[in-house]
Design a protein around this ligand. Structure first.
Ligand SMILES: [Zn+2]
Length: 148
């Protein structure tokens, strides 16, 4: 085998694609041939550069994770908004149903009716905000454990 033939095998050698016999024969040739050895070093340098480029790829994954995270947060935000609206609607309707008799009663003063309506609305808003706060801290505590 001439040096030219060995050069064709260099990339295969560096990529660990040669079988055991080819590998040992190539290494044997390297011992007695400084020219091929030098060329192999050059190939190694090229390979390490291309490997570095390949290693830079995980950054794409970081960006993907980042956007995933942003998307999750948006999703979570939208989820909360819908949940809050639903909770407020249910509480207001449920509350109104409870005080319906009082509101429909003509002998009850108007101020008292307004007060009752505001009470139901206020309770609905408060309950949702307390619930959101609880879940927010609960979620944050869990993330804290995972991150550490
Ligand atoms: Zn050689």
């Amino acid at each position: 085998m001439t040096c030219h033939d060995w050069k064709d095998m260099m990339m295969g050698y560096l990529d660990n694609e040669l079988d055991q016999e080819q590998k040992s024969r190539f290494e044997e040739h390297l011992k007695g041939c400084p020219e091929c050895k030098k060329e192999l070093e050059q190939f190694k340098n090229i390979k390490s550069i291309t490997d570095e480029v390949t290693l830079a790829e995980p950054e794409d994954k970081l960006w993907a994770d980042y956007w995933n995270n942003v998307y999750n947060r948006i999703e979570l935000g939208v989820g909360w908004i819908i949940f809050s609206i639903a909770a407020i609607i249910l509480l207001i309707f449920g509350g109104f149903h409870l005080i319906e008799d009082v509101i429909k009663n003509p002998s009850v003063e108007c101020t008292l009716k307004i007060g009752l309506v505001l009470l139901v609305v206020g309770m609905a808003v408060l309950l949702v905000s307390v619930l959101r706060e609880r879940l927010y801290f609960w979620k944050r505590d869990r993330y804290k454990d995972i991150q550490r």
